[in-house]
Design a protein around this ligand. Structure first.
Ligand code: EPU
Length: 357
């Protein structure tokens, strides 16, 4: 195999037996590869552009789990990384099957999520329109079961195909094998650090079943003067809402929701409501209530807070931001302070949604 790379001083070239061409960068900055815009180096970064390159990754990793990067929109870098970083750039969308109701598409993991949503809408295929504008790549979608405005990606996933880098073979996970939960799946648990997701098979709807249950989506459709919603208009409504309250990582470094919305017991919810009658809630499993972490954080006084280069977004308290030049460790410290104050005031332990690297 032949490991090759373009010229440049952050690049290493290796030669081996079979003929596979790979780009390997050494001591390169990860700043362009994470939406927080944290500037830390990686010892080695491989750009995975062809599935033929999967086998050599096992050799390169030298027994230590490689870290897989998609859009870098759900990570916080806190220290220099010694492990091999694999930037998943596998591309392609293939039509697998269709009938009168559905179309099955196999989408390679390195496709940009929002571009895929736009592709589906252009084909008039429904199911993922509420997930428009979520940053990141297709391969990351099943890992944290991305969700927004009443829809989770698990509702459209038929199968996830992944490469087990140690066993050197492909594994297939049907929907039920993925053990999806709220921002959760087998890929964050039992299969963590073992797999490189290569593609996701989606079952999309030709006969649409729109979800406009979320109040903000309904209101936005009214503002837009839409009387009969379509996959396109729902996506446009979602995009308008997201643009109005979530910062664009291209202009302000962030990783979306930094914490998950916590689930508490109905009993704890009732006693909190006695002091905070305006506490919002979402339905959860029996005897449980999910509450918005953004409300808890705002009510601890953090919304719009700024400390040097780090802060809490002024329109959505669940989003931590890098005003420019922030260190990952400073963002982590801020998240610690927020966790402590929510615990003290509400006796609720928040869990980070963002992966700490
Ligand atoms: N709220 C506040 N203050 C805030 C933010 C929120 O009081 O600063 C309260 C409001 O009552 C609001 C409620 O929280 O009505 C819900 O807020 P929002 O609709 O913004 O949703 P969220 O629960 O904060 C979740 C997801 C988002 C997703 C939205 C819309 C999580 C961790 N986050 O946020 O996902 O876009 O719902 O469905 O579940 C992401 O995961 O990165 C993400 C942005």
């Amino acid at each position: 195999m032949c490991y090759n790379s373009p010229p440049g001083k952050d690049v290493l070239t290796l030669l081996k037996s079979t003929f596979v061409l790979m780009q390997i960068h050494s001591s390169c900055s990860l700043k362009p590869y994470n939406t927080f815009g944290i500037d830390l180096p990686a010892a080695q970064l491989v750009r995975l552009m062809d599935e033929e390159e999967l086998a050599p990754i096992g050799d390169l990793a030298q027994g230590t789990a490689p870290r897989v990067l998609g859009g870098g929109s759900n990570i916080l870098l806190t220290h220099e990384l010694k492990d091999l970083i694999v930037k998943n750039e596998l591309k392609g969308i293939n039509l697998l099957e269709e009938n009168e109701q559905h179309t099955w598409l196999e989408v390679k993991a390195g496709e940009v999520w929002h571009d895929f949503v736009m592709y589906a809408i252009a084909q008039n295929l429904g199911g993922i329109e509420n997930l428009a504008l979520i940053p990141g790549c297709v391969g990351a979608a099943p890992i944290q079961n991305i969700g927004a405005y009443g829809v989770e990606v698990r509702q459209t996933i038929d199968e996830v195909i992944a490469w087990h880098w140690e066993e050197q073979r492909y594994l297939s996970f049907k929907n039920e094998d993925c053990r999806f939960g709220y921002r959760d799946s087998i890929f964050k648990r039992e299969m963590k650090d073992r797999l490189i997701i290569t593609s996701v098979v989606f079952r999309l709807d030709k006969v649409h079943c729109l979800n406009t249950s979320y109040g903000a989506v309904q209101q936005q459709l009214e503002i837009m003067g839409v009387s009969e919603a379509s996959v396109k208009s729902v996506a446009e409504a979602v995009m308008a809402i997201r643009r109005s309250k979530l910062p664009d990582p291209k202009t302000l470094g962030n990783a979306g929701s930094f914490f998950k919305n916590p689930t508490i017991t109905r009993q704890q919810f009732d006693s909190l409501c006695a002091h905070h009658p305006d506490l919002p809630s979402y339905p959860a499993s029996e005897g449980q209530v999910k509450i918005p972490a953004g409300w808890l954080i705002e009510n601890c006084g953090w919304k719009g807070y700024r400390e040097g280069a780090v802060g809490v977004h002024e329109k959505q308290a669940l989003v931590l931001v890098n005003y420019g030049g922030a260190k990952g460790a400073d963002l982590y410290q801020l998240s610690e302070k927020i966790l402590r104050s929510v615990l003290e005031k509400f006796d609720i332990t928040l869990e980070r949604e963002v992966n700490i690297w």
